[in-house]
Design a protein around this ligand. Structure first.
Ligand code: ASP
Ligand code: MG
Length: 441
């Protein structure tokens, strides 16, 4: 399969019949590169399925009809047989009934429900491709070897998935159309790779099959210099290193599922983010090796709705074991900590799980002085070598000062490629716009 590519189409790229016809043309144009196609659920369907499962818990099974109608309509509009999805739709209906009878919705069942979107869309898309003269074959990833751990809702592939996927997909004559998002735990249960997980599926397949390139087709012009909803003049970034892209994916750039880079980095496979609506644009290339280029910021990202927990102990002065004690509490309560700063007597951490914050604060409060600030955001300026580039920190903070944004934590230590700081949620537009004006005039 040398030199093949993976093409992943997100929910908005397969929103309905008209979009799927456009997808078929994109695939047709690249048949020489032996694409394996990964598809998301139709836009909004995963949300609908999750809502439907929760409604079923309360005895309301209405939602199934809407999902059935949407896929039957799509089949009609594409001119493919409704029978193709009947089995899955009936299964969904049974599941909703099961949930409403048992009045129980475990993470395992929620994954089973969420996974219907991709199982449905992939069947219709494969049939349409075939009808359009591109012989295609549908695969459910959980049956085609995408083996994962049992972490429902955010599963990761097991090492043996590579060989299994290669066995089932490596020699397919037709164009394989594979479900994104879903996998299979060792128990046989379906898992999902987390919201937006189809990107991750594409990268997992790309690594398993030795792809030349992993293409993520979505509805943006690429990875942007900032979120265009906040900064209308934001523009696509031509190229990013793996490290820069990982940092951005993590900081909530919705464009890539944060784990997508992991399989690509492991095999050194470039990822390209492209716009299905404007396929002639170059998009963003994420590459292991970049041409020599000027150092400096590439993008401004942020992660909202965090809490800052500050823990103070006068005994920390010259003491030991204080940090260990604090982090032991976070670890035990499974609170993920993002940013950490310390002063002589205070440790501040950002935490993004509001449910557990209170519990952690209460426990720490029995020993230390604890404050919790809610509704905070990490803003992060990302670019290779920005730590080494003189004056960037100065420019960041003078831009923020000019915009009258108050900064509460600063971190530049851990990564050479990011400078991150915390501001109030309410200041995010001001802060991001000011930085964008400064660095991308
Ligand atoms: N359909 C899933 C979601 O909405 C996965 C994806 O679209 O990548 O999160
Ligand atoms: Mg996406």
């Amino acid at each position: 399969m040398d030199g093949m590519i993976v093409m992943k189409f997100g929910g908005s790229s397969v929103a309905g019949a008209e979009r799927i016809r456009a997808v078929a043309e994109l695939v047709r144009g690249r048949l020489a590169e032996k694409p394996v196609v990964v598809v998301s659920a139709f836009r909004g369907v995963t949300d609908d399925l999750l809502a439907l499962a929760k409604a079923a818990l309360k005895g309301d099974r209405e939602g199934v009809q809407a999902v059935r109608r949407r896929h039957n309509d799509a089949a009609d509009e594409l001119g493919v047989d409704r029978e193709l999805v009947k089995e899955q739709l009936d299964e969904l209906s049974d599941l909703a009934r099961g949930i409403s009878l048992l009045k129980e919705l475990t993470p395992r069942t929620l994954d089973y429900a969420a996974g219907f979107g991709e199982r449905l869309s992939s069947r219709l898309i494969a049939a349409y491709l075939t009808k359009a003269g591109i012989p295609a074959r549908q695969f459910d990833a959980h049956e085609a070897g995408l083996l994962t751990d049992a972490r429902h809702g955010s599963a990761n592939p097991l090492p043996e998935a590579d060989a299994e996927l290669k066995k089932s997909l490596g020699t397919v004559k037709e164009t394989a159309v594979v479900t994104g998002f879903i996998g299979r735990a060792p128990s046989g249960d379906m898992t999902t790779l987390g919201r937006n997980g189809s990107d991750y599926t594409a990268a997992i397949l790309g690594a398993a099959l030795g792809a030349r390139e992993i293409q993520i087709w979505s509805d943006t012009d690429g990875i942007m210099t900032a979120d265009p909803r906040l900064v209308p003049e934001a523009r696509p970034i031509a190229s990013l290193s793996f490290e820069e892209a990982s940092e951005l994916a993590y900081y909530g750039g919705k464009v890539l599922h944060p784990h997508t880079l992991v399989p690509a980095i492991r095999k050194g496979i470039p990822i390209r983010v492209l716009n299905t609506f404007k396929p002639d644009l170059p998009g963003t290339s994420v590459l292991a090796k970049l041409e020599e280029r000027a150092k400096g910021p590439r993008s401004i990202a942020f992660r909202r709705h965090l809490s800052v927990v500050s823990v103070t102990s006068p005994r920390m002065l010259m003491g030991w074991g204080f940090l260990a004690r604090i982090f032991e509490v976070f670890a035990r309560l499974q609170v993920a900590v993002d940013m950490v700063t310390t002063s002589e007597v205070t440790v501040s951490v950002t935490v993004d799980d509001p449910r557990r914050v209170e519990e952690a604060a209460r426990e720490l409060g029995s020993e230390f002085e604890v404050t919790v600030e809610k509704d905070m955001t990490i803003v992060c300026v990302v670019g290779d070598g920005i730590r080494a580039a003189p004056g960037i920190a100065g420019e960041v903070f003078s831009a923020l000062r000019d915009a009258a944004v108050n900064v509460s934590m600063i971190s530049q230590g851990a990564s050479k490629i990011n400078l991150a700081f915390v501001v109030a949620d309410a200041d995010v537009p001001k802060a991001v716009q000011a930085l964008h004006r400064r660095f991308f005039p």
